[in-house]
Design a protein around this ligand. Structure first.
Ligand code: KIV
Ligand code: ZN
Length: 545
């Protein structure tokens, strides 16, 4: 006996004879279980300027693993040696989540995926090809028949390495429906266990997307052998709505990113789809494996790594998402929280800012605090560095809040590979005299000193760094924000720089904004130096994706 959720539509998941791979993951135990496929480190990293270092990706993947993400698309292994390395290292470390890699419909891409993913016990190869008339003609220069041939060949080739193969029809929502049905049927016949329907250009609307999924369920004869998935971009601000419409029509996997980052206007935001299904369970009786209490932490980790601040009014994870400003609302909240609150801040890991620790707090209490704040798998070395910084801060600052501790740890996580380090900094600022900085840096083990004047203290600092380590980069972003309130608050500074199309982001926190500025710039520069070491990406790539 199988429950039929939609009259007239075949049950999308429950009655499907999916292979061992899904039984192993127990997706089959619940017909309303939605698989969360995160692509923050692949599609998210395709956001202009959102590059992440290996260390940052490892940190993100640890948090996602703990968060309960089912599948983590860790990168596009053929795209660059950096992506290959990240997918390799991530696939070695995941405990619960299954790593995935992206591949075009070529053996070379699929081989690179397999090579980087093979360290994991279970892994997924995600291969794709465009199916819309526009893409087939102008991008691929292939006929619909040739694309069918490529689907058969690529999916069956990927199946040689794993039984967990996902196939995507790029530009799916602008694809002729009858042709899409043919491609999906063929991909399943060739061995794909997940069929992903991307709204690559963010063009569809919920009613149309729902119909696409329903049509596939009704017309593709072997659809019961695969899970249908959504992959919606946000060009019209509809990515989350479209993904949910897809699920209501029978899709059982959502591809999404934390903070909704991704190409152009981004992808469906993971935190939004998950909280929508949880909060409106009456209308969307679906479940996920996500520990929602870690959503806020995941959002911060991704924002720090990319240097993309989260907009204040961002749903679920924005600074103001649970703030009530007007008197009427505050009054209502005091009488009954349900008056203006549809989900609790605690349910997504937002806790009231609390005064937490002081200069007498010990290392043990500090470590416990990190666990409370959602920092999992932080190495002893990082804890040691962070604890040292905490002690220095506790001497300077009267009140230490959770946000201060988080800023310190984030600051400590990215410093291990640095080849240029700040030893000391003196700044002369104020009216009248030109602003001046005196700086000592350790550059590849050698201690060097310089002094420079500038158009403002930050300019003088950045000039000192350039003098001590000559380089030519474009400063794309310099951003300061206070971690907490008060004039003794720590400042977090973000710096984004670019050299020959390579972008890196550095961040640092300190009660002294100028020290934070120097460290943020150095952090971006250190990442750039690491990036330079890596060879150029595959030149055929830009022509094909
Ligand atoms: O948006 C898209 O079409 C993609 C595919 C590669 C899945 O990201
Ligand atoms: Zn995409």
């Amino acid at each position: 006996f199988f429950f039929q959720p939609h009259a007239g539509i075949r049950d999308p998941l429950w009655s499907r004879g999916l292979g061992d791979v899904y039984k192993r993951q127990q997706y089959m135990s619940d017909k309303n279980r939605i698989i969360i496929f995160d692509t923050t480190m692949r599609d998210g990293e395709q956001s202009p300027g959102a590059s992440m270092s290996l260390e940052e990706k490892l940190q993100i993947s640890r948090v996602f693993d703990e968060l309960g993400v089912d599948i983590i698309e860790a990168g596009f292994p053929i795209a660059s040696p950096g992506d290959f390395e990240a997918v390799t290292e991530i696939s070695k470390t995941l405990k619960n989540s299954i790593p995935a890699g992206l591949a075009r419909a070529t053996k070379k891409d699929i081989d690179a995926c397999h090579e980087s993913l093979k360290h994991a016990k279970n892994f997924r190869i995600h291969t794709f090809i465009s199916t819309s008339p526009l893409h087939m003609k102008h991008k691929l220069n292939k006929s619909p028949e040739e694309v069918l041939g490529a689907i058969k060949e690529s999916v069956s080739y990927a199946r040689k390495f794993t039984d967990d193969v996902e196939w995507s029809c790029e530009d799916g929502t602008r694809t002729d429906m009858d042709y899409m049905c043919k491609t999906v049927e063929l991909a399943i016949k060739s061995g794909a266990k997940t069929i992903n329907i991307p709204d690559t250009v963010g063009y569809t609307v919920p009613s149309e997307f729902k119909k696409i999924i329903e049509t596939l369920i009704n017309k593709v004869p072997n659809i019961d052998k695969a899970i249908l998935s959504t992959h919606c971009h946000n060009d019209l601000g509809l990515a989350v709505a479209n993904s949910l419409a897809g699920v209501m029509a029978g899709a059982r996997q959502i591809e999404c990113t934390i903070n909704g980052i991704g190409e152009r206007a981004g992808n469906a935001a993971l935190e939004e789809v998950v909280m929508a299904m949880r909060t409106r369970h009456d209308l969307m009786p679906y479940t996920t494996n996500i520990n929602t209490k870690l959503l806020s932490k995941a959002s911060k980790v991704v924002s720090n790594a990319t240097g993309f601040p989260v907009q204040f009014n961002k749903a679920v994870v924005g600074k103001n998402a649970f703030a009530h400003e007007s008197g009427i609302h505050q009054d209502g909240m005091l009488k009954n929280r349900n008056t203006y609150e549809i989900m609790t801040p605690e349910s997504v890991g937002v806790h009231k800012t609390s005064l937490v620790m002081g200069k007498h707090s010990g290392r043990h209490a500090f470590k416990d605090k990190l666990n409370d704040l959602g920092y999992v798998g932080v190495t002893d070395d990082v804890i040691q560095i962070a604890f040292g910084k905490f002690k220095v801060l506790a001497d300077k600052k009267k009140h230490i809040y959770d946000e201060d501790i988080a800023a310190i740890v984030d600051d400590s996580l990215v410093t291990e590979d640095n080849v240029i380090k700040l030893k000391s900094l003196k700044v002369f600022a104020g009216t009248g005299e030109p602003q001046k900085a005196e700086m000592t840096l350790e550059v590849f083990g050698e201690v060097k000193k310089a002094s420079e004047t500038g158009d403002g203290p930050v300019d003088a600092i950045f000039k000192c760094i350039k003098k001590l380590y000559p380089h030519d980069v474009k400063l794309l972003l310099y951003n300061v924000h206070a971690v907490t309130e008060g004039t003794d608050a720590q400042a977090t500074v973000s710096v984004r720089i670019e050299e020959k199309g390579k972008t890196t982001v550095g961040q640092a926190a300190d009660t002294d904004t100028l020290v934070a500025s120097a460290n943020a710039y150095l952090s971006a520069l250190n990442k750039l130096i690491i990036k330079r070491k890596k060879t150029a990406p595959d030149p055929s790539l830009s022509a094909q994706i």
